[in-house]
Design a protein around this ligand. Structure first.
Ligand code: G3P
Ligand code: MG
Length: 246
C-alpha cells in the first residue's frame, strides 16, 4: 500500500468542522490524497463519523451518542460551532462519507473509535463491511486504539490493511503485530521513541504520527524514517496543499 506523507486529520480540520463531509471536500480541494476519519455507532447501531463520546463540543445539541438514534442526530447543526460559513452542516453517516471519499478518489484511514460503553466487535463488523463495499483495498486503512476491534476487523477481511494505533508505542507492539498482521503503526509524535521506530522499520511496517501541526519541531523525525503524519493542515508542510477559498 502506498501511504502518503500527509493525511488530513478528521478531514481538513484546520479549515472545516472536523469529521464532516465539508472537511472531506475541503481536503480534496486542497489536493490532499488521504483523509483520516473517526467512526463510531449510535445507540441504534447506525455508524457515523464522529470523534467524541458526546455531541456537546461539536454541535448545537447535547448528549451521548450511545443514547441517540439516527433521527436524533439528523437535526443537529455540526458546522456552526466551527464557523457560520458551515451553518447547517449535518453529522455524516459512515455511508455518506464513504460515498464522498470514493467519488473524490481519496484514500481513507478509518479509525474505529471505541468510546466507553460501545461494542468494539459490532463497530468493526459494520464499518469494515460497509467500507469494503465502497473502497478498494489500496484506498482503505483501518486503525484503532482498541486491539479487540482490530481482531474483529482482521477476522472480517484477511486482506484488509490495518494500523495499530497507540499513544506511546508499547513494548508489546510486536506481539500485536504478529497477531494482527498490520500495514502500519500509528503513534502520538510527542511520545515517539527512536528505539521503537527502528524496530518498526526493521519489521518493514509504515510509521504514521499524529497529530502534527508544528512542522519545524517535527522535522528531525523525517530523517529517522517516519512514513507520514496526520495533520489538521497539510498546507503547513507544503504549499502544494494550500486550501483554495471556499
Ligand atoms: O488516528 C490518529 C488520530 O486521529 C488519533 O487520535 O483522538 O485524533 O482520534 P484522535
Ligand atoms: Mg482519529
Amino acid at each position: 500500500m502506498q501511504l502518503p506523507r500527509y493525511i488530513a486529520h478528521r478531514g481538513l480540520s484546520a479549515h472545516a468542522p472536523e469529521n464532516t463531509l465539508a472537511a472531506i471536500q475541503a481536503a480534496s480541494d486542497a489536493s490532499c490524497e488521504w483523509v483520516e476519519l473517526d467512526v463510531q455507532c449510535l445507540g441504534d447501531g447506525t455508524p457515523v463519523i464522529w470523534h467524541d463520546a458526546s455531541v456537546d463540543r461539536c454541535s448545537n445539541g447535547k448528549g451521548a451518542l450511545i443514547n441517540m438514534t439516527r433521527n436524533d442526530i439528523r437535526p443537529l447543526d455540526v458546522g456552526s460551532w466551527f464557523s457560520q460559513d458551515f451553518r447547517g452542516e449535518r453529522m455524516a453517516l459512515l455511508d455518506e462519507a464513504l460515498s464522498l471519499v470514493s467519488a473524490l478518489g481519496l484514500g481513507l484511514n478509518l479509525e474505529l473509535k471505541i468510546n466507553t460503553g460501545h461494542d468494539p466487535a459490532a463497530l468493526a463488523r459494520v464499518a469494515v463491511h460497509r467500507a469494503r463495499q465502497v473502497l478498494p483495498l489500496d484506498q482503505l486503512l483501518v486503525s484503532s486504539f482498541d486491539m479487540s476491534a482490530l481482531e474483529t476487523a482482521r477476522a472480517e477481511d484477511e486482506a484488509l490493511a490495518l494500523g495499530l494505533l497507540y499513544e506511546a508505542v508499547p513494548r508489546r507492539w510486536a506481539s500485536d503485530a504478529e497477531r494482527l498482521r498490520p500495514t502500519s503503526v500509528h503513534a502520538d509524535w510527542t511520545q515517539l521513541d527512536q528505539e521503537r521506530l527502528i524496530e518498526i522499520q526493521a519489521a518493514e511496517l509504515a510509521m504514521l504520527c499524529y497529530t502534527v501541526n508544528e512542522p519545524e519541531r517535527f522535522s528531525s523525525w523525517w530523517d529517522h524514517g517516519v512514513t507520514g503524519v496526520f495533520t489538521d493542515d497539510p498546507g503547513l508542510f507544503d504549499t502544494r496543499y494550500q486550501r483554495r477559498t471556499r
